[in-house]
Design a protein around this ligand. Sequence first.
Ligand SMILES: Nc1ncnc2c1ncn2[C@@H]1O[C@H](COP(=O)(O)OP(=O)(O)OP(=O)(O)O)[C@@H](O)[C@H]1O
Length: 837
Amino acid sequence: MQLKRTKDGATAETRIAELAGLVKLLRRCLTQMSTRTRSFIETCVKFEKEARQQVESLELARDSAAANHKRELAAAQRDAAQVAAQHKSAAASWHTDLDTYKSELSCLKRELERMESERDRAREEARQAVASRVELESMAQGVKRETGQQLRELQVDHGAAMRQLAAMQEASERAQVKLQAEVAAAQEAKQAAVVRASAVEEQMASVQQRLDQALEALEATRSKEQDLVVHHKQLSSDYSAQLARCEAAEAESAALRRDCGAAQELSAALAAECDARSAALEAATQRLQEARAAQASSSQAWDSERASLQGARDAALEREAHLAAEKAQLKSGLGTALEQKALVESQLAATLSEQHTLRSQVEAAEAQGKQGQEQAQQAMAELAEVRVQAQAEAAAHEALMHDASQKAARLARLEGEMEALQDAIGTGSVDQAEMLGRLIRRVANLEAAIAESSSQRRELHNQLVELRGNIRVFCRVKPHPASALALSADGASVRLFAEGKDQGFTFDRVFGPQSTQAQVFQEVSELVQSALDGFKVCLFSYGQTGAGKTHTMQGSKGPDAQGIIPRAILKILDEVERLKEQGWEYELEASYIEVYNETFKDLLADGKGRDAGKITDQNAVKHAVAGGHTQVAGATTVRITTTDAAAALVRKAAQARACEATAMNAVSSRSHSVFMLNITGRHAASATTLRGALNLVDLAGSERLNRSQAEGQRAKEACSINKSLSSLGDVFAALASKSAHVPYRNSKLTHLLQPCLGGSGKTLMFVNVNPEAASLQETLCSLRFAAKVNSCETAARGGAKRHVDKASVDGPSSTTATAQVMFFPLRCHFMSLFSLQ
Ligand SMILES: Nc1ncnc2c1ncn2[C@@H]1O[C@H](COP(=O)(O)OP(=O)(O)OP(=O)(O)O)[C@@H](O)[C@H]1O
């Protein structure tokens, strides 16, 4: 302006002089400027020194605060855990007690019911037992009575039978004696009768003889009589004849009388004759009379004889009759005696049979008596048994009653306790409710404290991670029998002899050949946790082909051989499950991208072939503003909810990955693969949303072109790989040199990973090295590259940022705020520097 303003009439000399003046002025200005700059630089240096001191003091304060925080957090966690445990244990014990009481009560109730039913049953049984006992007793008494009666009867019967038997025996004996006597008498009588009978028979014989004689005499008499009769008849006939003759004579006498007159004369003559005749008649009459007298006398004699004979006969008959009667009597006596004997015999037999019967009866009675006795004994035994049983039952009943009363008392006591408890619960419901409310409040406070402590833990954890550095480098050495590398004992450095000198490299962690996948993941798990806490996290595996990059990232089959990707997914899913309890809801969206020849390829796309899943859009990478998620347009996004789904996704991607044979590694990955997991966590209670991302990158081999002898397509791949790796190196270099411009867009890979690589992300790089002597140069290159990355400090640009959205008016999360406050002075200082520039 001064130079432009040319004064009128100014000459060259004046203008030179003027310019000289201006130059002087400028020199003065410059001098002043340099003085001021110097002083400013000095001030800056001073200020920086102060700032450093301040930072140091702040760091100290922060450390102490962090330590305090940690201590407080630990104490709070302990307190919270203690209180939670106390609460839990108190609630659990209270619930357990209550449950125990309830179960005990229900148990006791059940037991009581059972016992009551048992008691009722026992009562019923006891009643039945008593009734049966009474019945049995009555039965026993009846039996006893009956038995006694029977016994008595039997005894009486027995006695009577015995008496009867004795009497009968006596009677039978008597009867026997009598019978014997009678028999003897009968025999005697029989003998006598026989004698008498013989005598009678003799008599009878004699009588018979006499009778016969008499009969004979009678016969004779009869014959005589007949003779007499005949004689008489003769006489009678004679008499009649004589009478006839008399009559005739009388007729003749009359005739004679007449003739007597005539015959008187003649009578006289005839008188004379009559006389003669009368005299003859008289004589005949006389004779007749005499005959008659003789007859009369003979008849008298005969009559007497007859009478005597009749009498004799009658006597004999009488005697015979008497004898017959006697005989009959004797016979009847004999028959009677025989009958009596038979009777007696039958009586005897009957008596004997009766005796036998009686004996058998007696025996039966005795047997019955014995049986009765046995029965009685049995009944007595039964009775005793029944008594014992009844006593036992009574005792059992008593015991049951006692038990029941005890249990009833226990139940009553428990019911009382229960009532008391219920009263306590009822009356203390207010206290209980208060207590419960207090407990709930305490639990809520504790949960809040836990949430707070959890967020503090996150903050502290991230501070810790930040303190360790937002770009960290781990070295992993592949196992090899002839290792050209020497690992230090501290596990943080590695040494190798190359280019004529011993060279050492220090990293955040060095994993030896023996280190396992689990140990490796253990070290990176905090970064995975950071992704869940809302950070953009990126993990690389870098190294020459065959150095173990895929092994580290992907691993192989089997739980022990699994690499970081499957383990990270597992951890995240576990954490998501665990955080659900704290009210966090997480959403996991995964993509698997391949960067091949500077072109994106969707590894989850369906279809086969070279161009399958190829993303032609050059602006496919979309970084959302305000900490949102990065998306690759056209790439498949899969929502992960289970480990199986994640495993299937990883498998699919691994199959789709472009693997081509090279001279160095038969399955060498000629592309970079990026497993992108966008994590969104929402906490409804605190209206918080976290947006984290986990990018797990398996880089292509970093070997030099000539070594892999790649040609054509392989050479193009190698160029592309080298380009993207060198771009990655450039980004790290820019970050390391705190360059204003970081060339993220120089490669697709760095562009994709920009949010993680930048100051607000967290990066971990694995440098995988093959310790074989042949790979020494490549190993040296890899280690040098890793060492450069390790020297980067992205925290100087504001540190890692947690991407938290809060619906409340609190503004950004405390973590972010802390991180910003912590680095504010430095940033201001550099900002002012940049403004001056
Ligand atoms: N730490 C290790 N322990 C055991 N085996 C290993 C280890 N590292 C690598 N390997 C084995 O070495 C071989 C090559 O490893 P890997 O495929 O992981 O190499 P890479 O670096 O991914 O190679 P490229 O870049 O060509 O894909 C594999 O068989 C793998 O199992």
